[in-house]
Design a protein around this ligand. Structure first.
Ligand SMILES: Cc1ncc(COP(=O)(O)O)c(C=O)c1O
Length: 389
């Protein structure tokens, strides 16, 4: 911790905890103290820690081939892209490393798509309260002043609309719109789902104005909402033109991706985009194993997520300072009328890892392997902390 303070850029506000190892739903500090991990590296460690099937594949592949660049083929990109196409209902994948990098690529896709139609078709629509990453393009479509203000001016031509404001959305679209980006469930913004009606309107407007609808599933996707992707929750499915995701897909190895339909994919021609590390053999092989395991876990995500939602609601009813419980599957938030930071610190001391977003929203992103037993354990700790308030 001392060396971090002395030598590492001081951009993070870390909790006073050094994590040494993890197993299943728990992590352990240097003294061997155990913590129930209900934040999973912000939604990354979806299979918990040291999952035997992931460890086996990692060991095997690390001894064969870790990286070969995109100058050549390896055995795993093609099968993984096929798998993602089947899961998403979209067609072609670009492999990146992070959510931000995937968002950047999707924005370039929208810009190139617009520009091929006419030079003035470069505008992007995004939502207030959104979060899409911290690179300059992703920041330009992030609808929260606190992340943007030190770096302005950003990419021009972005219009922000309040989530679920259908009239505002209609007014923001025009023939100049190249694309719209949205999170079906806003994550950093405080676990705020879009209404199916608003998402459907976004789909209709994007189609009417020949703009690309981009679903940012970095936090709300890849199994977490109880479906493969959050846009698949509504019936009929609101299919975007482009989807980006990252976090859990390679169980802690950096891997992000864009999946696009043929129309959107056609905007990117050879040489227009790339990534040295994107889609390496090790990350892709782990992702294939992860997706096999995910198929087995989806029913449990729905069941345990539903149980967690109900028990959080029961807790909420007992405490006047809880405003609302929101979310789907294993992506849940509890909005308070008071700041959540101290609760998060006290939870660490009690052996529970969660975090707080948007100042007043306790955020829960448990591993997909969590059961009712771990939920009970987490809610018991929260109940104890709430009783003291
Ligand atoms: C919706 C969304 N988009 C993009 C990002 C950025 O992803 P990364 O930190 O992997 O670059 C995040 C990160 O939390 C996110 O929640």
């Amino acid at each position: 911790m001392d060396l971090e303070r002395q030598y590492v850029l001081q951009n993070y506000a870390r909790y006073p905890l050094v994590i040494a190892r993890g197993k299943g739903c728990h992590v352990y500090d240097l003294e061997g103290r155990r913590y129930l991990d209900f934040i999973t590296g912000i939604g990354v460690n979806a299979l918990g820690h040291a999952h035997p099937r992931i460890v086996k594949v990692l060991r095997e592949q690390a001894g064969l081939l870790i990286h070969s660049s995109n100058l050549y083929y390896h055995q795993y990109q093609g099968p993984l892209a096929k798998r993602l196409a089947e899961m998403s209902g979209l067609s072609r994948t670009f492999f990146a490393n992070t959510g931000t990098e995937a968002v950047e690529g999707a924005l370039k896709m929208a810009k190139a798509h617009g520009r091929a139609i006419h030079a003035e078709k470069y505008e992007l629509v995004s939502l207030d309260n959104s979060f899409h990453g911290r690179a300059l393009g992703a920041l330009s479509v992030t609808g929260q002043a606190k992340y943007r203000q030190d770096f302005e001016p950003l990419v021009p031509g972005v219009k922000f609309v309040a989530p679920n404001d259908e009239a505002g959305l209609e007014a923001a679209f025009s023939e100049r719109t190249a694309g719209m980006v949205m999170e079906m469930i806003q994550g950093e913004g405080g676990i705020c789902p879009l209404t199916p009606s608003f998402a459907g309107k976004a789909r209709d407007l994007a189609t009417r104005y020949d703009a690309l609808l981009i679903a940012d599933e970095t936090q709300c996707g890849v199994g977490r909402p109880g479906t493969y992707f959050a846009y698949q929750r509504s019936s009929p499915v609101i299919l975007p033109d482009v989807m980006v995701a990252a976090k859990p897909v390679a169980c802690g190895l950096p891997l992000g991706f864009i999946v696009a339909n043929e129309k959107a994919a056609a905007a990117i021609k050879p040489g227009m985009h790339g990534s040295t590390f994107g889609g390496g053999a090790l990350a892709c092989r782990v992702a294939l194993e992860f997706l096999d395991i995910l198929d087995e876990l989806l029913p449990a995500i729905q069941r345990v997520g539903g149980y967690f939602h109900v028990t959080l609601n029961e807790l909420a009813r007992k405490h006047g300072f809880v405003k609302e419980v929101r979310g789907f599957g294993l992506m849940l938030g509890m909005e308070l009328t008071v700041p959540g930071k101290q609760i998060v610190l006290d939870a660490v001391a009690e052996g529970l890892l969660i975090n707080c977003t948007h100042d007043t929203v306790l955020r829960f992103l448990p591993p997909y392997i969590a059961t009712e037993k771990e939920v009970d354990q987490a809610v018991r700790i929260l109940g104890k902390l709430f009783a003291k308030m």
